[in-house]
Design a protein around this ligand. Sequence first.
Ligand code: ZN
Length: 335
Amino acid sequence: MGTTRESKLVSRRELLQTTAVIAGSTAFGRFFPAALGARAAALPWPPYPQQGGAPADPVAAMRAQMGAAPMETHKLADNLTMFGGPGGNVVALNGTDGKFIVDTFVKPVWPKLKAALDGLGNAPLKLVIDTHWHFDHTDNNEAFHEAGAAILAHENTKTRLTESHDLLGMHFGPSPAAALPTETFKAMKKLQANGENMTLAHLAPAHTDTDIYVHYQKANVLHCGDVFFNGMYPFIDAGTGGRINGMIAAATSLLAMVDSSTKCVPGHGPLGDKAALAKYRDMMSTVRDRVQKQKSAGKKLEEVVAAKPTADLDAVWGKGLIPGDVFVTIVYNTL
Ligand SMILES: [Zn+2]
C-alpha cells in the first residue's frame, strides 16, 4: 500500500545522482567544518555529509547533531504549545482528556521533551501523531508508547516504517514493533479532545507519500509537517514518493484552509503564517517552472544546474539546509 506508482518513476540512478550532488555541494564545506559545530547544530535538517570520511554510524551522528539544537517554546493557544528546534516542531494539546502530541523530535531529545511535556501538567500522554515517516518526526514513537501513548499516523507511515530505507547517506532498517503506529487512517480522521476539534488528513504525495496535516480548528493552528519548510528550500524524499508538483499542490491546498490569523507550524523552520506559506509556495512554483522549461527543452541535469536557475532566490531561500543547486537537482529529478 505504501509504494506509489509515481515513486517508481524516479529511478535509482536519479536518486544516487541527487545524493551525489548533495554530498558534493559546496554547502557542506560551509555547514560542516566541525561535525557538531554550533551553526551546524542549529540547522533544521542538515543533509549528512558524505565526503571526507563518514562516521561509523551516520544516523547516530545526525541524531546527535539535530538533538544539539536548543529547544524553544511558543504558546499557540491556552492549551496548545509548540516546541521547536531539535529536528522539527512538536505541538502539544494539553487538558483533562490527556496530552495529544504531534511529532516527536530525534531520540536524544526525549528526556528534554518529556520534561517539557511534564511541565504542562499532570494529564497522561494519550496520543502521539506522526506527520510522516521520517526519523526526525517519529524517532520517539517507542518512548511515547512506553510512556502510555497510542501512536496515530497515515497507513503509509506504518508501511514505510516497516521497510528499510537509505536517505541522505543514512540507512534505516525496519522499526521495532513498539515504534509502529498503533492506529492508522487512509484519508481523514477527526478527533475531539480538550475542547479542540482536530482534523487530520492525508496529502497526495508531496514531501513523501505519508504526509498528513493536523488542523486545530478552535485554536486556528495548522501543523503542516514537512510539506512546509518555512523560509528555506525544502527537502523532498523522492525515494518514498516525494515530488515537486505534489509539494506545490499540497501547499496550495493548505493555503485554501487558512486565513490571515492562522498559525502555520512548519515541519522545519520558525512558526509561520499564511503569507509565509504563500511565499514559499510561489518560490517552489517559480523554480519548478524554470526547471521544467529547460528539462522540456532537452537539457541534462548538469546543464540545468550549471545554468543556476535559482541564482536570484538563493540569498533568501538557500541559507537553510538545502542549497540552490541541490534543490534544482531534486526538482529536476522529480519532474
Ligand atoms: Zn521529512
